[in-house]
Design a protein around this ligand. Structure first.
Ligand SMILES: [Zn+2]
Length: 289
């Protein structure tokens, strides 16, 4: 069932586990993630970046596909359809397209403008029953062409944004998108603890979940992270499984070229990655609790 992310994240925060946001790129991705969440009785968030939304022929196409799939596959666990790193304009497009959740990434605006725009979106989301994620302090790495340096958020700025009534807050704590470089210093737990202290019950979001060691993930959850974004890891699993299939010449055997066969190992690999993350985040079995 399609729901806002508000309730599932409040429960996660109270229960000291995190809900995974898995980004989708096409039908196979969406199907693999939904089926795995259902199988594991876990709430789940489907993330859609503006680039992926464009690739999938627009947010309306994505919204229609996800809603139909939830119905046709009998998905009963809570599912949120969430815009990832939305621009101001992109947020409005997703509100109109029937998403249940949006992230407004105002981190590139001066704090005053970030606050003004977030305030406006808080009001609209409350009216529509949607959840809203805000960001303070840019996340490092590359996201749709924008390169952030992985700075740490100012806890007072986090409090200012949290007080506006957003449902979840992404605070930069040294995390980055994509693969982590070998010389990455790790997450700043001091920043996370300071942000948590200022924002209290606010579910915190950890972006760039790919490649963060498991013990750091667990520590972050203990310190108040209730949503973890995973994107690159599913892409790497899908690519590796597809590469193996082709390198073994399986596409040349019988009807191995049939897309339903050619894409099957990749789809299974996504399921395995999602299963592993749901276990690590501790959200398995929580949907029906
Ligand atoms: Zn992100």
């Amino acid at each position: 069932m399609l729901v806002s992310a508000k309730e599932m994240l409040q429960k996660a925060k109270a229960g000291h586990y995190a809900v995974g946001q898995f980004n989708i790129n096409n039908l196979e991705w969406t199907k693999s993630i939904l089926l795995t969440a259902q199988e594991m009785d876990s709430p789940v968030i489907l993330g859609v970046s503006e680039g992926a939304g464009k690739y999938m022929c627009g947010f309306k196409t994505v919204s229609a596909m996800v809603k139909a799939m939830i119905e046709e596959l009998n998905i009963t666990v809570p599912v949120a359809l969430h815009l990832d790193h939305g621009t101001y304009e992109g947020c409005y497009k997703c509100i109109e397209a029937g998403f249940s959740s949006i992230m407004f990434d105002g981190s590139s605006y001066p704090i005053d403008e970030n606050v003004a725009k977030t305030k406006e979106l808080v009001k609209i989301c409350a009216e529509k029953g949607m959840s809203l994620e805000a960001e303070v302090g840019s996340i490092g790495g590359e996201e749709d062409g924008v390169v952030g340096m992985g700075e740490c958020a100012d806890p007072d700025e986090c409090k200012a944004i949290a007080d506006l009534g957003v449902d979840m807050l992404a605070a930069g704590i040294g995390n980055i998108h994509g693969k982590y470089p070998a010389n990455w210093p790790g997450l700043s737990f001091e920043t996370l603890a300071a942000v948590q202290e200022k924002t209290g019950e606010m579910p915190l979001v950890l972006h760039g979940g790919t490649g963060i060691p498991d013990d750091m993930i667990k520590k972050a959850i203990n310190l108040g992270v209730a949503k973890i974004n995973v994107n690159t890891e599913c892409q790497l699993s899908f690519a590796a499984a597809t590469r193996k299939y082709i390198e073994e010449g399986k596409d040349l055997q019988g009807k191995g070229y049939d897309p339903r066969k050619l894409l099957a190992p990749g789809a299974e690999a996504i399921k395995a990655t999602v299963r592993e993350k749901i276990e690590l985040f501790g959200s398995a079995g929580k949907a029906s609790e």
